[in-house]
Design a binder for this molecule. Structure first.
Ligand code: SF4
Length: 256
C-alpha cells in the first residue's frame, strides 16, 4: 500500500519536526515522480522518474494564497511551510520561481513562518535549484548511506548520480543544512541490506563529518514500505549511531 498526497497544498498537520506545518506538493497528485526509488518509500515504487504533469506555477500560487487566507481567518499561524509531497520537489522545472512565489505569498500572510525543503540531494548540480535553496530557511537533505553499494541498494538512483557526487554537492552548503538518514536492515530480491553495521556507519560518519551539517535527523521506518522484508530499527540502534554523530561535535536527533 502506498501513501500519496492528493492535493497541491496539504495540511496543516502537527509535525514532530516542524510544528504546525503546511505542505506544498509540486508533484502530480496521482503518482510519485522521483530520481530515487528508495526501497522504503512510503509513496511506493518509482514508476516515473520524469513527467510533464507537474502542477503549473500559477495553480500552486493560487492554492497557497487560498489556504493561507483560510488559516488567517481561523487564527491559525503555521510554523512552517514545507516543500515535500509525492516525490522529489526540486524536479519541478519551475522549482526556483515557485520558491520565490511561496516566500512572497507567505510573507503577505505570515512573515514569521519558516520555509523548509525536503530533498534527496540529486539536483544540486543545477544552479537554479541550488541558488533557490539558499533562499529557503531550512534545507533537509537525504544521505542514507556511506558506501556506493549501500546507497544503490537503498536509494536505487534512477539518474546516474554517485554517492561521491552527492556528497560533493552537499559540501557546497558549507554547513547550512540538515542531513536526514533512515536506518534499516532487511533484504530485497535476495540482497542483504543493512546501513547500521559498523563498516557502513563508519563510512557514513566520514561523509557526515565532511559535509558538517548543522544537525542530523535519524529515523527508523515509519510507514508501509514497497520492499516487503525490511526491519524497523529500534531506538537503541539509533541511539548508538546518534552518540557517534555527537562525538563529531554535530547535533543530532532521533525521530520515531
Ligand atoms: S527520495 Fe523520497 S520520494 Fe524519492 S523514492 Fe526516496 S523516499 Fe521516496
Amino acid at each position: 500500500m502506498s501513501f500519496l498526497f492528493d492535493q497541491v497544498i496539504f495540511g496543516p498537520i502537527q509535525s514532530r519536526r516542524f510544528g504546525i506545518s503546511l505542505g506544498v506538493n509540486l508533484l502530480p497528485t496521482k503518482h510519485k515522480i522521483c530520481s530515487f526509488d528508495c526501497i522504503y518509500c512510503e509513496c511506493g515504487w518509482t514508476e516515473h522518474p520524469e513527467t510533464d504533469e507537474y502542477s503549473p506555477r500559477q495553480v500552486i500560487q493560487e492554492a497557497l494564497k487560498n489556504k493561507l487566507s483560510e488559516l488567517q481567518q481561523k487564527g491559525i499561524v503555521p510554523d512552517n511551510i514545507t516543500w515535500a509531497g509525492n516525490g522529489e520537489p526540486t524536479l519541478h522545472p519551475d522549482f526556483a520561481a515557485i520558491v520565490d512565489d511561496v516566500i512572497t505569498v507567505k510573507n503577505q500572510f505570515f512573515p514569521t513562518t519558516q520555509t523548509t525543503v525536503l530533498s534527496n540531494s540529486t539536483t544540486l548540480h543545477r544552479s537554479d535549484v541550488f541558488q533557490a535553496l539558499q533562499r529557503v530557511d531550512h534545507n533537509v537533505m537525504k544521505l542514507d548511506a556511506g558506501t556506493e553499494t549501500m546507497y544503490q541498494k537503498i536509494n536505487q538512483c534512477k539518474v546516474g548520480k554517485s554517492l561521491d557526487q552527492i556528497t560533493e554537492d552537499l559540501c557546497r552548503f558549507q554547513g547550512a543544512l540538515t542531513l536526514q538518514t533512515l536506518f534499516l536492515r532487511g533484504h530485497h530480491h535476495g540482497v542483504t541490506i543493512d546501513n547500521t553495521n559498523e563498516t557502513e556507519v563508519a563510512a557514513w560518519l566520514k561523509r557526515v563529518e565532511k559535509i558538517a551539517p548543522k544537525t542530523v535527523m535519524l529515523y527508523p521506518i515509519d510507514r508501509a514500505t514497497p520492499a516487503e522484508h525490511l526491519q524497523r530499527m529500534d531506538r537503541a540502534v539509533l541511539e548508538t549511531i546518534a552518540t557517534k554523530v555527537q562525538q563529531l561535535g554535530i547535533e543530532t536527533k532521533i525521530y520515531e
